[in-house]
Design a protein around this ligand. Structure first.
Ligand SMILES: [Zn+2]
Length: 418
């Protein structure tokens, strides 16, 4: 079907090309509606089977969101959102689902409607659904922001208290996150209640208003942020441990390669060299080196062993350095847990081979009934983990190579579904 839709020669006329683009967009929306129906059906089937087996209500449906995420090649965090979206559409919002199915709404626009109605009870949600989406023609030409505003306005009219309560609850989700930006920069993001966010920004701006030393306003604000948070001038080392993984040749400048900052990702080795040099030069800092052994060619880090139940610190550090990020496929979260792939209570040893770095959510997801994780070492020496979900679907995860030792061509992640 896709080949005929994409057969460009057949649709040489420009108007026909535009029509095919529109047709494929409708197909994407219809596919999203189909995925929503299937995800809701999977959740319902799992819950009724578990109810029949006597599983307590609070524990039913565990792991389903992660299974949806894996099937969609998406992160487990997004799997939770996909499943919530699917259940809301299928069970509570038939008009929004129909608009998605017909292509009148894209998946993202349907998500906006579901999100803005999430604070309402079932009856009000049904009213919003009918008012906003029962006439697909009314959705023509409405932009994302306008659609979101219309959904917000209806929600507020139907139940102002629910909207206010949601704002209060949102404050409990305040947090600070970090993600890589291009050119060895990073985005440090704070999600704050509006009053706090505005006052932090105003304080930084005020600093820039009274500073005339040749730095730009943005530079003054960024430097002030670093100084106030770390308590040190922005151009000096920060007094917390920064773990850098770098090959010995790269550390001494003999090789241009990448290094990795744990919790951040890869950086050019020159940046890592500067970090180490600055730490050595600064009397208040302490640079420590620890040797890790990587296999030549594949870059696989070599194993260590221990018999105790809790991962010993050295082994936990090793697993975190080896795995770098959560090992659940498509999950990019930082490593929080160093856990047993095969649980200790079922005889799983405390070893680098049976150890797995995961985020908190994925560690619990893989403990759901029917899940299994089998670890191994690939031919090239890299650590592999096969995640088998309760439906028998299989997903492979391969530990990344150590920085500075690129894997040979062809050594890539593979995926198969049983
Ligand atoms: Zn994870």
């Amino acid at each position: 079907m896709f080949e005929s839709l994409l057969d460009i020669d057949t649709y040489a006329a420009e108007s026909a090309l535009v029509e095919r683009i529109a047709a494929l967009e409708r197909l994407k929306a219809a596919a999203a509606a189909g995925q929503a129906r299937l995800a809701a059906a999977l959740d319902a089937a799992r819950r009724s089977a578990e109810a029949a087996a006597g599983v307590p209500a609070a524990r039913r449906g565990r792991g389903v969101a992660t299974e949806v995420a894996l099937a969609r090649r998406d992160s487990p965090a997004r799997g939770g959102r996909h499943l919530g979206f699917a259940k809301a559409l299928v069970h509570e919002m038939p008009h929004t689902l129909a608009a998605l199915e017909s292509g009148a709404l894209s998946e993202w626009r349907a998500t906006l409607v579901v999100r803005e109605s999430a604070c309402l009870d079932v009856e009000d949600r049904a009213r919003l659904d009918a008012e906003l989406c029962s006439d697909p023609a009314a959705l023509d030409g409405v932009g994302d922001a306008a659609l979101e505003a219309a959904a917000k306005a209806i929600a507020y009219r139907l139940d102002p208290h629910a909207v206010v309560d949601r704002a209060a609850k949102a404050a409990s989700e305040r947090t600070v996150t970090i993600r890589p930006a291009p050119d060895t920069m990073t985005y440090l993001t704070a999600l704050l209640p509006v009053a706090q966010g505005v006052s932090v920004f105003a304080a930084l701006k005020r600093e820039a208003d009274v500073c005339f030393d040749g730095r730009s306003r943005g530079q003054v604000m960024a430097d002030t942020l670093v100084e106030r948070v770390t308590g040190r001038p922005a151009d000096q080392a920060v007094p917390v441990t920064v773990n850098v993984v770098i090959s010995d040749q790269a550390l001494f400048g003999a090789e241009s390669a990448s290094a990795a900052i744990v919790g951040y990702g890869s950086v050019p080795s020159a940046v890592a060299q500067n970090l180490v040099t600055d730490a050595v030069a600064d009397g208040r800092s302490r640079a420590a080196l620890r040797r890790l052994y990587a296999r030549p060619g594949s870059g696989a880090l070599v194993a260590m062993d221990s018999r105790s139940r809790l991962f010993p610190k050295g082994l936990a550090d090793f697993i975190e350095l080896r795995d770098q990020r959560c090992r659940m496929p498509y999950c990019d979260a930082p490593v929080r847990h160093r856990d047993h792939a095969q649980p200790h209570r079922r005889g799983g040893p405390t070893s680098a081979l049976n150890g797995l770095g995961t985020c908190e959510a994925c560690n619990y997801a893989k403990e759901a009934a029917g899940w299994k994780v089998a670890t191994n070492v690939s031919e090239s020496g890299r650590h592999t983990a096969e995640f088998i979900t309760s439906t028998g679907a299989r997903y492979q995860s391969v530990a990344p190579p150590a920085p500075g030792t690129p894997p040979p061509p062809g050594d890539v992640e593979q995926l198969s579904v049983a």
